[in-house]
Design a protein. Structure first.
Length: 388
């Protein structure tokens, strides 16, 4: 009986030791698995924002959205290019076809194209020569040019034209009498007519854009008697009536005869630092217009430029700003880019709220596509979209 009890006791001891060994092995296995999982997590980069969609995966549900801090608007990032890309121009001549231009000095002449409303973008396309900016009238017809100061460019880059959506480009015009062909902007009116504002205060009239006849270019005029100044911004409501914001003289001129004659309308000189003071201008119709100055003043006219009034342009935090570019949808609702944010006004410019912000990266261009009621903007290597 004593032997039986000793046997049972020894067996219980062996069983307990076996259980302990099994538990040790299980703990060791769990430790190894935990260490392996921890190491794999360390190797995986953390993401502060949702992944940005590349052209091959146009799943809009996973694209990041930027909400306005002071509004209910939501901007969607439609595309993010490689680091180092700095988009400076966005154009959407139709709801589906759009173009973005890289403004980084190492990437001069590089642009991308979309044919599906910004869901996917082409591989990098290249303008010929040293052209560095584009304007498109339609999905097929567009123009390319050099927008630098004449004394800062190495050669006289011609005005180029494409009739096949950028597949091929041909020389349309090259200045021989008025210095180098550097252009600040092109405004389209119809298939027959467009104006290109040149530096040193000359306008080009581009005729027969898309009517079957050969496209022609002619120098319309100098802006008044100011032949050696810069056209900072121009705004034409129709082929006859236009405004020009220049860097010297009375600052603000008006034409009612397609640029043949220019009238001194107003001087903003005394309201601003004369150096880099004038920023941008926009007219929504014949009477309503806005001018933004570098000293953070915004002026508005409601009588076609005869009289101007300075309007309060502070944000909810009472900070003031200078707009780099602005667009107005009507006489009340407008958008403007101010460094790394997009601002909106709903009362003709009296008050402004933040509609979008992109970290510390500045917005460079904003464009309104009227058919689809969509606003496009570019900042750094990102393309933003807002459906109104």
């Amino acid at each position: 009986m004593q032997f039986r009890e000793e046997y049972i006791s020894d067996f219980s001891l062996l069983l307990t030791q076996a259980k302990l060994e099994i538990m040790k092995k299980l703990l060791l296995i769990l430790f190894i698995l935990s260490a392996t999982l921890y190491e794999s997590c360390l190797k995986k980069p953390l993401e502060d924002t949702p992944p940005l969609i590349r052209p091959e995966t146009p799943d809009t549900a996973t694209r990041p959205i930027y909400y306005g801090e002071d509004t209910l608007e939501s901007w969607q990032v439609m595309y993010t290019d490689a680091p180092g890309v700095e988009f400076g121009t966005v154009q959407f001549p139709t709801p589906q076809v759009g173009y973005v231009m890289d403004n980084q000095y190492l990437n001069i002449g590089r642009y991308r194209k979309t044919t599906d409303g910004g869901n996917t973008w082409s591989s990098v396309l290249l303008l010929p020569g040293e052209a560095n900016n584009i304007r498109f009238y339609s999905d097929k017809i567009g123009f390319a040019f050099d927008d630098g100061w004449p004394d800062q460019v190495n050669s006289n880059v011609p005005l180029l034209m494409t009739n096949d959506g950028g597949l091929t480009w041909s020389n349309l015009y090259q200045s021989t009498e008025f210095g180098k062909t550097t252009i600040s902007d092109i405004v389209f009116f119809s298939r027959d007519l467009a104006y290109a504002s040149m530096h040193y205060s000359y306008f080009l009239t581009i005729r027969n854009i898309d009517n079957g006849s050969p496209t022609t270019v002619e120098v319309t005029s100098g802006v008044g008697s100011y032949s050696n100044t810069e056209i900072i911004s121009s705004s034409f409501i129709d082929p006859d009536n236009g405004w020009a914001l220049i860097s010297d003289g009375p600052d603000f001129l008006n034409t009612a005869d397609s640029g043949k004659n220019w009238i001194n309308k107003y001087s903003l000189y005394y309201y601003s630092d004369p150096i880099f003071s004038r920023r941008c201008m926009f007219f929504s119709d014949l009477n309503h217009g806005w001018v933004s100055l570098g000293n953070k003043d915004i002026f508005r006219t409601i009588d076609g430029g005869k009289n101007w009034s300075r309007i309060a342009n502070s944000k909810p935090d009472n900070s003031r700003f200078a707009l780099g570019k602005m667009i107005f949808l009507d006489n009340q609702i407008g958008y403007g880019i101010n460094a790394n944010e997009i601002l909106i006004t709903k009362d003709g410019g009296n008050t402004w709220n933040r509609s979008c912000k992109n970290g510390k990266t500045s917005f460079e261009d904003i464009y309104y596509e009227k058919v689809s009621h969509t606003i496009w903007a570019v900042s750094g290597n990102r393309i933003f979209k807002l459906i109104i």
